[in-house]
Design a protein around this ligand. Structure first.
Ligand code: UTP
Length: 290
């Protein structure tokens, strides 16, 4: 039961990023010099994923073009002798036939977006990556989760502890610790008020799910915010199958949020030797002004 397909829901409206997201998916916004989505696609291939399934809405063209060859650009770069840039744009294009696009024709929620990929995924376990959860880590989170899946043979969600006053932004767990980095999920609730939250353990945008989830998503039950929520379908799945949480190590940035996006840019840029010193100097200078 190898995990071969990864679903990338990229059809959200990205209202927190308007006007930047008026004509373009927020996943195409760059962190340093790569669109957010490229980090997640690289993470998926590194984890052994063979097929990428994009569930798109607006901004489909920019995304398609990004992962496709651009003969005119390649030609110009070759003419100008910019071989390093040429290599970079050639390497980011996955082998032909490995990317599949489907469309969510109405933004009815994350759960609905994943359900749109049901026929492409078929009857096999699959990964889901929310690209706007950008994770800086030594060991890529999805690779770790694939290994855990090999052993646990059940659905797994990436989880992390958050500040208690933030629970209304996440799916929150009632869970039992099994190992240092594995919890068994007993129950979950989408975006609870801190006073109703069962813990401060939150689901982050990396999942491995069994195909049974599609049956529950297909019921199209509306949940928090009037949207079809993945958390609600997982809650129903829990009645039949175990679901585990993987406590990953690393820094996670919420790139769907303006401040989180700026922090991600800073954190990733500071890892680049060509920018680090300039940026640190700038930060130390402006810190005095604020
Ligand atoms: P968000 O909850 O961040 O929603 O979606 P959003 O619409 O993208 O952003 P805001 O809140 O309006 O600013 C989490 C993920 O689910 C996808 C998004 O693209 C994002 O990757 N999504 C959400 C869909 O694909 N379809 C939907 O109907 C909703």
């Amino acid at each position: 039961m190898k995990i071969k397909k990864a679903v990338f829901p990229v059809a959200g409206l990205g209202t927190r990023f308007l006007p930047a997201t008026k004509a373009m998916a927020k996943e195409m916004l760059p962190v340093v010099d790569k669109p957010i989505i490229q980090y997640a696609v690289e993470e998926a291939f590194e984890a052994g994923i063979e097929h990428i399934v994009f569930v798109t809405g607006r901004g489909k063209k920019a995304l398609e073009d990004h992962f496709d060859r651009s003969f005119s650009l390649e030609h110009s770069l070759r003419d100008k002798g910019k071989m390093e840039s040429l290599k970079q744009i050639e390497e980011l294009v996955p082998p032909t036939g490995t990317i599949i696009y489907t469309r969510q024709n109405e933004p009815l929620g994350l759960g609905h977006a994943i359900w749109c990929a049901r026929d492409i995924v078929g009857d096999e376990p699959f990964a889901v990556l929310l690209a706007d959860d950008l994770i800086q880590t030594q060991a890529p989170v999805l690779s770790e989760m694939v290994q855990k899946f090999d052993r646990l043979r059940a659905s797994i969600a990436a989880v992390m502890e958050i500040d208690m006053d933030q629970t209304d932004k996440y799916g929150i767990l009632d869970a039992t610790t099994l190992e240092d980095d594995i919890v068994k999920i007993n129950d979950m609730v989408e975006k609870p008020n801190p006073k109703d939250a069962p813990s401060n353990l939150a689901i982050i945008g990396r999942y491995i799910l069994t195909p049974r989830i599609f049956d529950f998503l297909g019921r199209k039950k509306k949940g928090a915010g009037g949207e079809i929520q993945l958390t609600d379908a997982m809650k129903t799945l829990l009645k039949e199958q175990p679901i585990f949480g993987y406590k990953f190590e690393g820094k996670r940035f919420d790139c769907g949020d303006k401040a989180g996006f700026q922090m991600a840019n800073l954190a990733f840029a500071l890892q680049r030797p060509d920018m680090k010193d300039k940026l640190l100097h700038f930060i130390r200078t402006i810190e005095k002004e604020y």
